[in-house]
Design a protein around this ligand. Structure first.
Ligand code: ATP
Length: 340
């Protein structure tokens, strides 16, 4: 597979160097891949996307598209299409006029432009809405118009900046599913920015986790979840997050679903006395909050018990719990990096 987007030692500073929004990031995105940029607010996701699009110029480092350095080239010639959080639709234009708009500078006959726009609209299932204005559309329909407009120039890369953030929770889930199926159908390389880990886990072929302008880990969702590169990734991904228990200059990490009543843990295991404070019931699971003693020092942790584990767990009491040793992850207590 050929690489379609690559950034190499990218640095982007603002305010004369006072803000380093991207701090030496290198990554390569494969053709047809769905890469999600994930991280907390202000970590540099949008700046990275805008730099790939050509809306920002790197302070140093390179952006390559289809193998060529595109630094300094304007967005139009980069064969990328960006969809913004706000969708940026023209309110006074019809849906058809909105979708046709990016084709204007291409000097194609009007009929040809419109037939391309209709093709894009059909692909997104909005061909019955072409005469409407944006205000006459639902949030999900507006999103599809923005995608059709991005699609109409047959870009090599889609750049999507939190495109679902304006939708309510229910619509968001169905729009996410739709977006994924659409991308699978057209096969266009996609870079998708979000701060929502559930969205990232559901959509990404790979996830690039960023913090403070740095790329902390790049991997398949399962890899990022099971084998976090550092304590930032370990606690940013997963809800509730990974437990971290101090022990001899090391932090011992384990996911809440791996801390279980000892009778449920087979194989080589670490046992702990789990003093339970309180229990939350969430989607059939029990989230049990308390303190463990035995894995490390007394530390607050959370256990997540699935409905199939019916053992009595009582607030105010201690119970024998355990974690299988294969599920333990170790981090350097000072740097936070994985230590084995
Ligand atoms: P969010 O999820 O809140 O959109 P983000 O991860 O997309 O955040 P960026 O918008 O890329 O973050 O911003 C990264 C950092 O760069 C922030 O500290 C931000 O304040 C700063 N920044 C972004 N654009 C500019 C600018 N034009 N001038 C100065 N600082 C900027």
């Amino acid at each position: 597979m050929s690489v379609t987007v690559e950034v190499s030692n990218l640095i982007k500073q603002f305010d004369g160097g006072h803000v380093r929004a991207i701090d030496d990031v290198s990554l390569a995105i494969e053709e047809g891949e769905y890469l999600v940029l994930l991280g907390p607010s202000g970590c540099g996701k949008t700046t990275l996307l805008r730099t790939i699009a050509g809306l920002e110029q790197p302070t140093s480092g390179d952006v390559l598209i289809d193998g060529s350095v595109v630094n300094g080239l304007p967005p139009r010639v980069r064969k990328v299409a960006m969809v913004f959080q706000s969708y940026a639709l023209y309110p006074h234009k019809t849906v058809l006029a909105n979708i046709v708009f990016p084709l204007k500078p291409e000097k194609l006959p009007k009929q040809e432009r419109e037939s391309k726009a209709r093709w894009a609209a059909e692909l997104l299932g909005i061909d019955h809405l072409l005469d409407r204005k944006p205000r006459q559309l639902s949030g999900g329909e507006r999103q599809r118009v923005a995608l059709a407009r991005a699609l109409v120039r047959a870009p090599h890369v889609f750049l999507l900046d939190e495109p679902l953030s304006n939708l309510d929770a229910k619509l968001r889930a169905s729009a996410r599913d739709e977006l994924k199926r659409f991308q699978q159908r057209v096969g266009t390389t996609t870079v998708y920015v979000t701060h929502d880990q559930a969205e990232a886990m559901g959509l990404g072929d790979r996830i690039a986790v960023m913090n403070h302008g740095k790329l902390r880990q790049l991997g398949h969702p399962v890899e990022v979840y099971d084998d976090p590169a550092d304590t930032f990734v370990a606690t940013f991904i997963g809800s509730p997050p990974m437990n971290l228990v101090p022990r001899d200059g090391t932090l011992v990490g384990f996911r809440p679903e791996h801390l279980l009543p000892a009778a449920h843990v087979s194989g080589e295991r670490v046992e702990a006395s789990f003093h339970v404070d309180r229990i939350e019931y969430l989607s059939g699971d029990r989230h049990v909050y308390g303190t463990v003693n035995g894995i490390g020092k007394d530390t607050r942790v959370i256990a997540r018990l699935p409905a199939t584990v019916t053992d009595a767990v009582t607030p105010g009491e201690s119970h024998p719990f355990a974690v299988n040793v294969d599920k333990l992850r170790f981090f350097d207590a000072e740097s936070g990096e994985r230590s084995e």
